[in-house]
Write a protein that binds this ligand. Structure first.
Ligand SMILES: [Fe+2]
Length: 168
């Protein structure tokens, strides 16, 4: 379907991230039983709850635009999810590597989401849609905090993997 106006472009972008959030939510729920370290488990649990909240925030954004929330199939998210699932399968016999794969995969997810939200927020601000910009900021902030937590916990996950390899 052709996109001819800025508003249509924004609604398309919102549908895209709305779909991406659903895909990532499912991906995290699937990854949770495969997480071994308490850090990775709690990161996933916390972000699963946040993502559910982000989905409702996106519904509010659609409402503010007088639209019904609608998913637009997001190929970018599908690609990241497929890649993460494949890697996780490949490391499934090595717990420390599985934790690293989940952390690395989640970091890719967060940065994809950050890019989507930043661009949507700039658009909303430029179009004078301040209420929408504020709602999207809430989601952006959670993604940024999650990305930071993952990055902070990654060195320890590497050390665990190295220790595990040394004792094998
Ligand atoms: Fe996220």
């Amino acid at each position: 379907m052709a996109i001819n106006t800025l508003e249509e472009k924004m609604v398309h972008g919102l549908g895209d991230i709305y779909d991406a959030e659903h895909q990532f939510l499912e991906m995290m729920q699937e990854a949770l039983p495969q997480a071994n370290s308490d850090t990775v488990k709690s990161l996933l649990q916390q972000h699963i709850a946040e993502t559910e909240q982000q989905i409702s925030t996106l519904k509010q954004v659609f409402e503010a635009l007088g639209k019904k929330a609608k998913r637009v199939s997001c190929q970018g998210a599908a690609g990241i999810v497929a890649e993460n699932q494949k890697t996780l399968k490949q490391v499934s016999k090595k717990p420390a590597l599985a934790d690293l794969a989940i952390a690395g995969g989640s970091s890719k997810v967060e940065h994809y989401e950050i890019a989507c939200y930043r661009s949507l927020i700039t658009g909303a601000q430029q179009m004078g849609q301040n209420q929408i910009a504020l709602l999207l900021q809430q989601n952006l902030q959670q993604e940024e905090q999650t990305a930071q937590k993952i990055e902070q916990s990654t060195p320890t996950l590497f050390q665990k993997a190295m220790a595990q390899a040394a004792s094998a």
